[in-house]
Design a protein around this ligand. Sequence first.
Ligand SMILES: [Fe+2]
Length: 254
Amino acid sequence: MIDIHTHILPGIDDGAVDEEQAVRMAQAAEQEGISTLIATPHHANGKYSNPGAHIRQDVDTLNHLLEARGVGVKVLAGQEVRLNRELLEDLQAGGTIGLHDTPYLLLELPSSDVPAYAEEMIHELRLLNRIPIIAHPERNAVLAADPDKLARLIEVGALSQLTSHSVNGAFGRKLQKLCLDWCAQGLAQFISSDAHNLENRAFGLKQSYSLIAQECGATMAAYLSDNAHRLLHQEEIKFLAAPQGRRKQWWKIW
Ligand SMILES: [Fe+2]
């Protein structure tokens, strides 16, 4: 399995506190059957600033440490960038980076609203051949209350990544149901852990895929898992179901 959203890099955001914790997280990932982790430290969220060059350096250091400790997990550089008005300039300057330097960009929205310029930013990113993946939209109050708004962001050109803990029910039954509904409604293209630690925010990816296979079918689980592979190889992400919120809408698959 490939996990496209993790906070495993030690000491640079609210994820792994130190190298020992990062090694333990990687060991847990390996035990679960995860072979590749994309490290996605927070960036430009008002609290943490982690430019691409620093992340790549920290990823190299961690990979050397994991190799020395015999952990069979490969860490790749990525970033979880908060939607901000300087995003395009920062991207140009190299501060903001894609997942494993692919065109796919992990984009975090504020938790309580969707800024009015979000659609325009997604459109601008697509014009630059960048593909934003909205991190855990199910945890955004506006999108959770109105999936039509998420369908609209996907229609404009974004993709969507659900968090394994939301799928697994750790964040409540209501959110779990929402996630399973969204899978069926074409409102999810990826599942990832957003792992921060081993205490209350670990991986749970295997459990998520099993649950989705059980509730939404094996084809859906395989689709979500395959998309993580496709991302790493810079392949196009197709839609298994036409994205739709509550209302039915025309949808063009590009
Ligand atoms: Fe995250």
